[in-house]
Design a protein around this ligand. Structure first.
Ligand SMILES: [Zn+2]
Length: 422
């Protein structure tokens, strides 16, 4: 077994001679060829227990022993490295660990303690010490200016607003929607839904979706958050179109209920099949379009900014919702296809807050909205508007972290400026 020479440079890469660096550590270097060495460490009792437990878990799932080439730690299919880091950092913060240590852990990926120094290479110890010094000197990443820190704190406080949005919707539900007796109207076969009743139903959907998003956010399941943010946005479009385009009630409510009740039927083609583009109101023979395109819905908005917002947000999220070659980037990392790869977290928070604020902002515009409900909705929306605008000002951070373009941020910003205006 070939070992590094005492006076040769240490294979750990510290730049020091082997005899002054890793010669007397709790691990050895074994040469693969003249240039490359691998580190070998005796397996401790603790490590043995962990591998035994993982092998047992493997057997429970597959009813066989893990063979060669099979990862024994199946957790890597559940969590990304970033997920594990985040959980560790959270646990360290709860335990009151020195922020310098937390910083060094995030920077190096390991937690060094004085008592275990002989299991770390000279290079690893130097890297750790450097991180601690960096924290003492700058309080964090030296290249990250105050803008990046403002970005992080604002983003975190935007997440707290998800709860405010839910509560605003909850108060609207108790003090406004349920006074309209949506439930009893919908269950009575003969009656249909009024415009505000249909809007209340949309708002209820958003309320439920936001509850799910809160759970996803905790685990940074960001791409699926974004998919749900799009569903919130679609509820917004429905709330807009049904209020602004009188015939929308026929398509979205009357025809849908009519198909079930038998007062309406799909238009018939020459050979007796269904032409699903139109619905026939049997009593009058009138043809009602069976769908309103989402673009038409966006066009119905009183805010011209809703059109560019639609174009940008709808196409971006389409790539996530439907199988698309454009989503490839999101799924590829250095190890190939990588479903646990962290992806679009900042975007998911911003779009959720933005779309949900658009919904809550619309409630005061609904027919008969009580003053207190309107005022509570606006209070929450105003606060979110301020935070969104603050975030969207930080162009440099967006570009550096996400590669976002100024024009894209401008589109979202323009729509956010309309919030709390009504
Ligand atoms: Zn070394």
């Amino acid at each position: 077994m070939l070992k590094p020479g005492r006076n040769s440079p240490c294979p750990c890469g510290s730049g020091r001679k082997f005899k002054h660096c890793c010669l007397d550590k709790g691990f050895t270097f074994v040469a693969e060829d003249e240039e490359t060495y691998t580190m070998q460490m005796p397996m401790t009792q603790g490590m043995r227990e962990i591998t035994d437990r993982s092998a047992e878990e493997f057997r429970q799932h597959f009813e066989r022993d893990p063979g060669p080439g099979v990862p024994i730690f199946l957790g890597k299919y559940l969590y990304s490295e970033r997920d594990l880091e985040r959980e560790t950092v959270a646990a360290m913060k709860t335990a009151g660990i020195d922020p310098a240590i937390i910083y060094a852990y995030k920077k190096t990926g390991y937690i060094q303690s004085e008592s275990h120094l002989d299991s770390y290479t000279g290079a690893a110890i130097a890297e750790w010490d450097e991180a601690i010094e960096e924290f003492d000197a700058h309080g964090g990443e030296p290249d990250e200016g105050p803008e990046a820190r403002l970005f992080d704190t604002t983003l975190a406080s935007l997440v707290d607003e998800f709860e405010s949005l839910i509560f605003a919707l909850g108060l609207a539900n108790d003090n406004y929607f349920n006074a309209m007796q949506v439930a009893s109207s919908a269950s009575k076969q003969e009656s249909s839904l009024t415009v505000p009743q249909y809007q209340a139903l949309c708002a209820s959907r958003v309320h439920r979706t936001l509850r799910t998003i809160r759970v996803l956010e905790e685990k940074h399941l960001s791409e699926d958050m974004l998919k749900l943010a799009r569903s919130i946005y679609e509820s917004y479009l429905h709330m807009v179109v049904i209020q602004r385009v009188p015939s929308a009630v026929e398509t979205l409510v009357d025809a849908v209920i009519g198909l079930r009740k038998g007062t309406h039927q799909y238009k018939k083609t020459k050979d007796g099949g269904d032409d699903k583009r139109f619905i026939n109101e049997l009593a009058s023979g009138r043809m009602i379009p069976s769908q309103i395109s989402t673009f038409k819905m966006a066009e119905a908005s009183p805010y011209p900014e809703d059109i560019p917002f639609f174009d940008f947000f709808y196409s971006t999220t389409s790539q996530l919702i439907h199988p698309s070659v454009f989503s490839l980037d999101a799924y590829v990392s250095s190890r190939g296809l990588d479903p646990v790869k962290p992806h679009m977290h900042e975007e998911a928070i911003v779009f959720t807050a933005c779309a949900a604020a658009m919904v809550v902002d619309w409630i005061p515009l609904m027919d008969g909205c009580p003053g207190q409900v309107a005022s509570d909705c606006r209070t929450v929306v105003k606060r979110i508007r301020t935070k969104l605008l603050c975030l969207l000002e930080l162009l440099e951070v967006w570009t550096k972290r996400i590669g976002a373009h100024k024009s894209e941020l401008g589109i979202i910003r323009a729509r956010c400026l309309r919030l709390a205006e009504g």
